[in-house]
Write a protein that binds this ligand. Structure first.
Ligand code: FAD
Length: 374
């Protein structure tokens, strides 16, 4: 059913790379385009829950490879900002058997590289920024900024919050600044250890938080990522910031947090943006996944996870329902995904996840391979 069908994916972020790996494995003729000149090891961390690791396990045992290099926290701690009181202690790998896979924290670049290694290198085309496309009902012609042009049977828009594919289908509509930024920094693991760092903790005050975790098995790098109200006037996706700005924003926080901030060197800040849920994620021969159709504030650490889940469900729909009746295949994909993605989007935007004791099983225990595709 998949033989000979050529699928173009715009965007080699975590969602696009997952789609490429899964669709190539299913026998589709996949080609992955990204505007970036080449892969780069972005200096940030990411958490991936058991719901995603179950999908990565189908990519030549990628789950095992990631387990060898990442940090595997037993618990998630929610701590009170000033005195460190534990407000919630949520089992992660302590209940891995129940969730059905591990929970990892890792350097985003290392995760991205490991996922890219699951896609044949000749299928990945860097320096290909999609500027336009035309769907003539039989195929989609893609036009790139570098002058190249390609024709595919199906276009997947995995091109992030400012998706060109979404814009072409649904019209220009700026993403909404939420009024919050995220500061990000990586400090030496030894500095964190000397302060008695938890493996994975979020320190909460009434209006801001800082999330802190290790990025690797050897605990060489420790990551800080915040959520805080702030003005944002720039059009840039990120800007340099400073240790002083972090100190100012987290004045009065617990001495352990102050110690982390003292150990920072390079600090950046990012505007947190979102969009209202879209009524539908496809049109004609084009379909969206990940931040292109449901961006969110990052406070549930599930944005990329949802992109990978989308990729896996879309791959199943294309494989099991075929490509002859794309309207039906894409409708099934959207039906299968919209409720869960919208639920995660709204909890993540509300920033309430795991602040108090709760059972995260509905999120981490989920297995997209248990879904009935129809
Ligand atoms: P993206 O990662 O945005 O990838 C889009 C890709 O498309 C990029 O490579 C871009 O270069 C490319 N592109 C864009 N336009 C074009 C074009 N016109 N032509 C070709 N290529 C194009 N999620 C988690 O699951 N866990 C976490 O712990 C987590 N932490 C986060 C912390 C912060 C501070 C933030 C901001 C987000 C966090 N997220 C986390 C969310 C996560 O980063 C996103 O949801 C995820 O990256 C979305 O993946 P994506 O593949 O849909 O899009």
């Amino acid at each position: 059913m998949s033989g000979g069908v050529r699928i173009g994916i715009a965007g080699a972020g975590l969602g696009g790379v997952a789609a490429a790996g899964l669709l190539e494995k299913a026998g589709f003729d996949v080609v992955l385009f990204d505007q970036a000149p080449a892969f780069s090891r972005l200096g940030a961390g990411i958490q991936f829950g058991p719901n995603v690791l179950k999908i990565l396990a189908t990519l030549d045992g990628l789950d095992k490879k990631l387990e060898e290099i990442s940090c595997l926290p037993d618990y998630w701690l929610s701590r009170k900002w000033d005195d460190g009181t534990v407000m919630a202690k949520i089992p992660l790998n302590a209940e891995r058997g129940r969730y059905g896979a591990p929970y990892i924290t890792i350097h985003r670049g290392d995760l991205h590289q490991a996922m890219l290694d699951c896609v044949s290198s000749e299928r990945v085309k860097w320096a290909h920024k999609l500027v336009d496309f035309t769907d003539d009902g039989h195929g989609v012609t893609l036009n790139f900024e570098n002058g190249a042009s390609e024709t595919v049977d199906i276009l997947i828009g995995a091109d992030g919050i400012n998706s060109r594919v979404r814009e072409k289908i649904f019209g220009l509509d700026e993403a909404v600044y939420t009024g919050w930024i995220a500061h990000r920094a990586i400090i030496p693991g030894a500095a964190a250890k000397s302060l008695g760092a938890d493996l994975n903790a979020k320190w909460w005050s009434a209006d801001r938080h800082i999330v802190c975790y290790y990025l690797d098995k050897n605990e060489d790098e420790f990551y800080l990522v915040t959520g805080e109200p702030a003005e944002w006037a720039s059009r840039a996706g990120q800007l340099p910031s400073s240790r002083e700005a972090l100190r100012e924003a987290f004045k009065g926080f617990h001495p352990m947090v102050q110690g982390y901030i003292d150990a920072t060197d390079v600090v950046t800040k990012w505007p947190l943006k979102t969009r209202a849920p879209l009524p539908v994620w496809y049109q004609g021969r084009s379909v969206l996944l990940g931040d292109a159709c449901h961006p969110m504030k990052p406070h549930m650490a599930q944005g990329a996870a949802m992109a990978v889940e989308d990729a896996a469900v879309l791959a199943r729909c294309l494989t099991e329902l075929g490509t002859k009746d794309l309207e039906r295949t894409f409708r099934s994909y959207h039906e299968a995904r919209k409720e869960r993605a919208t639920k995660v989007q709204s909890i993540s935007n509300a920033n309430t996840w795991l602040r108090q004791p709760e059972d995260p099983y509905w999120c981490y225990g989920d297995n997209i391979y248990d879904l009935t595709i129809e």
